[in-house]
Design a protein. Structure first.
Length: 329
């Protein structure tokens, strides 16, 4: 279980019929103690027949398939030191808007669900509304672990359907700030392609418009120029996985700090940009029509400290260009 990418697949034999899950893990894994097995169960790192299970006393049946992920894999990256995982921007009976810190996963993975944003928000709602056994929380969209900024969740089923339709018809407004490599020539532009998953790595690639994949449209505008880097305002028309990162990389200007879609090139005379530990991407503005009132609502989130400090340093080195707000209208 020391290999972070390795997981165990165990199948219950006839002799395991009726055995408790935690005892089965201790017996069959060859390395797990009963206490560690319970820790993994509590963290969401064990699945039974393809479904996450957390009940240590769950009896097994012959043929049950148990998958066990290592302890290291169940730990999402924490937010920066001194930063809360999320900040509530707005909350009512239909919608919840939060500002997510970088380093926080949004939803569970097969490796676990402890510490991800959905888990943290459910705990928040249970504490805030103790009279409601299981407060409703609907996931409508996601941003990457290392991307900061605004996320919208629904608080009731009826609202979830209305908001999901707004996402489907692209009437939700989402605007990001992205610091990219190089000097972007055009002041503004639109990138259109189709995106398809590139197995087995799981990344997505941009392909020709007449090929397979889902249509993806990204609009961008130059905000500030720093010579070796450019700050862009980016608006999503569609919301495909990694869309901004892929499109800007295809434009020849990958997001600073992007280890998946960036190029292994170093910045001459500006090591600061090489050492930024995550992609410099922030979901700064979010707008939608409220599902109950029908009113347009718009919210903004300031840049997180690491991104703001990076821009401040770049401005000081490039002659002190005027700072910008998190978004541009």
């Amino acid at each position: 279980m020391r290999d972070r990418t390795r997981h165990l697949v165990l199948v219950a034999a006839a002799e395991d019929q009726g055995i408790r899950l935690d005892l089965f893990l201790r017996k069959r894994s060859g390395s797990l103690s009963r206490a560690r097995a319970r820790d993994l169960l509590a963290a969401g790192g064990v699945s039974l027949n393809g479904r996450r299970v957390k009940i240590a006393s769950r009896p097994l049946r012959t043929g049950d398939r148990v998958e066990v992920f290592s302890r290291d894999q169940t730990r999402p990256s924490p937010p920066p030191t001194g930063r809360e995982p999320f900040r509530v921007i707005h909350e009512d009976r239909a919608a919840l808007i939060v500002d997510k810190a970088p380093g926080v996963l949004v939803q569970p993975t097969p490796q676990g669900d402890r510490g991800v944003l959905l888990d943290l928000l459910r705990r928040y709602l249970k504490k805030r509304y103790p009279h409601i056994p299981n407060p409703y929380l609907g996931l409508l969209h996601r941003i990457d672990r290392d991307t900061s900024g605004l996320l919208l969740f629904s608080r009731m089923g009826a609202a979830n359907r209305v908001l999901a339709e707004q996402f489907r018809t692209h009437t939700i407004e989402r605007e990001y700030l992205a610091l990219v490599r190089g000097d972007v020539k055009e002041e503004m532009g639109t990138i259109v392609s189709r995106l398809a998953r590139n197995a087995p790595q799981g990344l997505r690639v941009a392909i020709r418009m007449d090929a397979r994949g889902r249509r993806a449209v990204t609009h961008y505008r130059v905000m500030e120029r720093f010579g070796p880097a450019t700050l862009l305002s980016v608006k999503l028309e569609t919301g495909r996985t990694h869309q901004i990162r892929i499109h800007l990389s295809d434009l020849g200007h990958p997001v600073v700090g992007d280890k998946s879609y960036g190029r292994p090139l170093r910045f001459p005379h500006l090591a600061l940009l090489d050492t930024f530990p995550r992609q410099a991407l922030h979901a700064g503005r979010l707008g939608f029509t409220h599902p109950l009132t029908g009113r347009w609502m718009s919210f903004e989130a300031p840049l997180p400290p690491d991104f703001a400090e990076l821009l401040a340093t770049l401005r000081s080195r490039s002659g002190g260009a005027a700072p910008v707000t998190a978004t541009v209208r």
